[in-house]
Write a protein that binds this ligand. Structure first.
Ligand code: GDP
Ligand code: MG
Length: 440
């Protein structure tokens, strides 16, 4: 997700390490690099200009306390400005005081509306709501069937439309929702290849009929510079209340999509990170900024683990590298197998991505790793240092693997701890420095 932007920004951050003072001349080169990185990632040019300008103004000439390095200070500024561009805080969905809440999804064809309708339904259902899905994309029978199939997969009721008048279908769905005490009505709509007036007319009609709490503009993160004019056109026509960015699992540069909030003032509410109905995340600006800056996103990871596997405690992801043991790894492996999208999850965990890269290429390797850990005694799992040669032989024998494989797994764990430690050192100033930084 945002890989290109992330890679570029991390390069800028590495460059910052040479920074000795916060003078105009020393800041010039890193800021130019920062500017270039943002532009190359497709961030809107006006936003880049303001972004750089604010950092310059906040950084130049600041007297830092002795413990704080200029690079740390500039990293903090970049992080804060990034969070500001992304919208500061997550803006959750608005619900009607008197249900059902109506949510209208709008956007171009192929942007991911239908998929997102199902994702939202699942998301809400997992949080105790009772959604009803309806398709108002009536020209193509296949569009209705697509949503019906998705609804069946996630076991959310689907309202089957009759007739071809969008307004009739929406009205009937709303009555049905009331009748069956469904508290959220999610309405999928037709898209076009480009913005056109008949579509906008249809959406305005739906809006006046449904009076939705949310009109969510679904935006393909890969749409590049077109994203902004399209968002503005939809906003002008129907008044968008939130944005959902889709396909962030792809290699989209994503910068354009990230500019939407700053350019339109409309909050990004969710991210789509895959085709599966589970692949939807609330858009927390701080977490996204941390991820883009390569600082990991442990908060999202822990939430995801808790959501999907009720028996994994929050402690599954220890903050201290020395607490990363085979028990952590075992819990982790088991949750991974239940969850499917391994590589995406790993990107949330600093250090682990590297550690499990080899294993994830081959699902069998995950199973073997688990077998090895299961052959360890609890003591060995908690304290890998006691794994001498004879213990390793016993484990290999017990798990039907080889001593080499056991060695490799132990080495991986060490490496994971090391990476984690490095990550903490490189990216997180210690508590004393942090205290000072926060006051600046
Ligand atoms: P619509 O025309 O706006 O309703 O778009 P669809 O929901 O039919 O999605 C178009 C295509 O994009 C489908 O193949 C979806 O599976 C795919 N898609 C939607 N959201 C995502 C996403 O977040 N990630 C990926 N990789 N594919 C997505
Ligand atoms: Mg559709």
């Amino acid at each position: 997700m945002f890989e290109q932007l992330s890679e570029r920004l991390q390069k800028v951050l590495r460059r910052l390490r040479g920074l000795r003072t916060l003078s105009v001349s020393e800041l010039e080169e890193p800021l130019r690099e920062l500017r270039r990185s943002l532009l190359e990632a497709d961030v809107h040019v006006g936003i880049v200009r303001e972004f750089i300008e604010r950092i310059r103004q906040r950084a130049v000439g600041v007297e830092l306390p002795a413990m704080v390095l200029p690079e740390q200070f500039v990293l903090k500024l970049i992080y804060e400005e990034l969070v500001a561009v992304l919208g500061k805080q997550w803006v959750p969905l608005r619900f009607a005081p008197k249900p059902p809440t109506r949510i209208l999804l709008v956007g171009l064809q192929g942007s991911g509306k239908t998929t997102t309708a199902a994702k939202l339904a699942l998301y809400l259902q997992q949080r105790g709501r009772h959604p009803l899905l309806v398709s108002c994309d009536l020209r193509r029978p296949a569009a209705v069937e697509q949503l019906e199939r998705l609804a069946a997969t996630i076991r959310v009721p689907f309202f089957r439309p009759e007739g071809t008048a969008v307004a009739d279908v929406a009205g009937a769905a709303l009555r049905f929702a009331r009748l069956r005490a469904r508290d959220v009505l999610i309405v999928d709509t037709a898209g076009r290849l480009a913005v056109d007036e008949p579509l906008m007319e249809e959406l305005r009609h739906l809006r006046s009929l449904l009076q939705p709490e949310e009109i969510l503009f679904v935006c393909d993160a890969m749409s590049g510079q077109d994203a902004l004019p399209t968002a503005q056109a939809f906003h002008q026509a129907v008044g968008v209340t939130g944005i959902i960015l889709t396909k962030l699992d792809g290699d989209a540069r994503g910068g354009a999509a990230l500019s939407l909030r700053a350019a339109t003032g409309i909050p990004v509410k969710f991210l789509g990170t895959g085709e599966r109905p589970e692949a939807l995340e609330p858009f927390h600006p701080e977490r996204i900024a941390s991820r883009i800056l390569g600082m990991g996103d442990v908060a999202t990871l822990v939430e995801r683990l808790q959501q999907q596997i009720a028996d994994v405690p929050a402690t599954a992801v220890p903050a201290d590298p020395d607490e990363v043991t085979f028990e952590t790894v075992l819990e982790y492996l088991r949750s991974l197998r239940k969850m499917g999208s391994v590589s995406e999850l790993l990107s949330l965990l600093p250090g682990a991505g590297h550690w499990l890269k080899t294993a994830t290429l081959d699902p069998k390797a995950l199973v073997r790793a688990e077998a090895i850990i299961l052959s360890m005694t609890p003591e060995e799992r908690r304290n890998p240092r006691i794994l001498n040669a004879s213990r390793r032989r016993r484990i290999a024998y017990g798990s039907g693997t080889t001593v080499q494989e056991v060695n490799r797994l132990v080495a991986h764990l060490e490496q994971m701890r090391k990476l984690w430690r490095q990550w903490k050192r490189a990216r997180l100033p210690n508590a004393a420095v942090l205290g000072k930084l926060n006051k600046l």
